[in-house]
Design a binder for this molecule. Sequence first.
Ligand code: FAD
Length: 405
Amino acid sequence: MPAFVIVGGGLAAASAAEELRAQGLDGAVTVIAGESHEPYIRPPLSKEVLLGTAEADTAFVHERGWYPEHDIELLTADAATRLDPPGRTVELASGRTISYDELLLATGARARRLEVPGADLPGVHVLRTLEDSEALREALRDGGKRVVTIGGGWIGLEVTAAAATYGNDVTVVMRGEIALASALGDDLGRFFQSRHEAHGVRFVTGANATRLTGEDRVTGVDTDTGEHLAADVVVVGIGAIPNTRLAEEAALDVDDGVLADAALRTSDEHIRAAGDVANAWHPVLERRLRSEHWANAIEQGKAAARSLLGQDVSYDEVPYFYTDQYDIGMEYAGYFPLARDADVLYRGDRESGEFIAFWLRNDAVVAGMNVNVWDVNDDIKELVRSGRRIDRARLADPDVALGDV
Ligand code: FAD
């Protein structure tokens, strides 16, 4: 019976393990997890867990006992340190060596750190793990602090929303001129930024942090625009770096993630990749895509499991993600590389805070985002997936059901 090994204890790993069993696999499954926890999901770490409205243990993917009940060996706090594709073995930090027939790399990503003087001072936070979220919650929850968020992307803004909600005085320092503009375009970026400004958040735009000041702990941030911002807490949210070291050292093809085909097969036929670490060929987009999102970790993890079992897989999911900031809940489904520079059409009034935005190319919907409008994301995904030309007037008309556009 072939042995299956999954390296990485995040959501993609957990989904793959679950799918292997759901597909009826009886043989050995081992999950090698570098963190000391069972696999957990990260979205609540910048939302409910950070805000203290949910306990950390609600983030675990499976209930306690699920792994032994499904005869899956879960090794926590024991990272894989070396992968030997010709010998089909993995070495672990504990010194153990495990043999495999088929292996999944789901090592995810880590928070990018600032590389400026003072970046290691106490009081400077990143947010990737449960421990990061708990430490940040401790730092923010009493309010009344001067908080500087470096980075105006999704995680930076979710942390900013939590920090402001706790009653802290928050400034965002960011490179671009408008928050989220590179993801959503200027108008929708302004929509999000204005919601933060309404909560008293200040934005320092077109600026890079050049130095974090302080001796025993951080006291401020210097920028290349000449500002000095006093700070009690600094949060660095400048993106994530895929964990590719194992793959690189094993001479797999790597380029902004582990390269994989549409079946999620890497340059070694017995190794698949899924989740944040995978830069996989997308058959609809006809290009590689590394999607750092929750839904991708779930679906790609499952697809990789089926591929490991020898099933015919062509992973072509429409990318999906969501965010919650203050009273804004939004879901986005679509091909974000195609949405850049596409026309934007609105259904509903942006100012009301309840609307859907569609990105169109040649009258086909390439992406859609519902903001405080619910139960429409499946229809949006279907519009994107179909690639069909639509009538713009009907798409904009809230009285026409999306399925009938
Ligand atoms: P990861 O979650 O990074 O898990 C990989 C695991 O592998 C880690 O535990 C790592 O320690 C382990 N590992 C690495 N190397 C080794 C090794 N050598 N040996 C063993 N283990 C190893 N997405 C959304 O769509 N919506 C959101 O609202 C959202 N919010 C987020 C909020 C935060 C704070 C963060 C950090 C991410 C958020 N995301 C969100 C992104 C989403 O969480 C990721 O896309 C998802 O976690 C990817 O899962 P993964 O399993 O591929 O990787």
